[in-house]
Design a protein around this ligand. Sequence first.
Ligand code: NAP
Length: 329
Amino acid sequence: MATGQKLMRAIRVFEFGGPEVLKLQSDVVVPAPQSHQVLIKVHACGVNPVETYIRSGTYSRKPSLPYTPGSDVAGIIESVGDGVSAFKKGDRVFCFSTVSGGYAEFALSADNTTYPLPKTLDFRQGAALGIPYFTACRALFHSARARAGESVLVHGASGGVGLATCQIARAHGLKVLGTAGSEEGKKLVLQNGAHEVFNHKEANYIDKIKTSVADKGVDVIIEMLANKNLSNDLKLLSCGGRVIIVGCRGSIEINPRDTMAKETSIIGVSLFSSTKEEFQQFAGILQAGIEKGWVKPVIGSEYPLEKAAQAHEDIIHSSGKMGKMILLL
Ligand code: NAP
């Protein structure tokens, strides 16, 4: 370490593996922003399921080791690199991608993936915006081409992406149905835009949804656990209906015939396949929602940085989600 370099606490991953490979270090050098980068003093960082897949080494995208996980940061600009005109020291910001990792006291991000965080949202809410809200926008508007007047079933509505999807869909004139795995989760889903809610742990909940949507079926399904639900989803769709696969943790047998009579589609989502222009479009939708007040991120469980391994364990294995999981710095 060169003299004068500032040090910080950060989670570092030196090998792929279970949650225990997330190591808290207190002597990590604070990075300096390069051209078109900003350095953010992190106040909160969202924890997303994808960070556990990457950490395990089984995901399609593998960072070079060692690395610091985390992309959904909210905090205050500490310094800016050359060519940054949109931000200055002291600005409140959030981002959906980092250069150096968000599970840390400071994080670098590119200026074009960083956005102002209005005072109406706190840092915890800012850390819940990135991946969940951008994914919800992509799933609804890019993948499903959802339109006002259509119906949407958010299959897994009580977590980070699900609640974001309910808020956005409701604000855009869709009829919103959601599912959750607990009574508290059901209430939360109703408070966040759903017209109706069902419990995906109840044996007969699919029949209840079928009764609710009647012969017409549901136009769009935003699916958080396709390996469990895809076969049922195909039977719930309307003519021309679309199942949008956001989350999937394994394989499932389906009968392709279920797509034929109603000419339905199964469409996968990959947030980071979005172009710069698409990210700008999603950011515009969210900015409008923040201004109008219908973008209201709900915070579920909170962990200090040193409990990052526990957070990774829980985001995969705990049920009864009540919003977005975050790390507080
Ligand atoms: P999360 O906050 O952990 O929420 C998980 C959600 O799944 C909860 O609402 C949970 O409900 C629900 N769930 C549990 N069992 C279910 C079942 N049998 N049927 C339907 N839903 C069920 O996770 P998240 O951040 O919202 O992400 C959701 C999924 O999307 C994850 O698999 C994640 O990896 C994926 N994702 C994909 C992309 C992409 O680009 N494709 C982007 C972001 C996220 P209860 O806890 O109430 O049971």
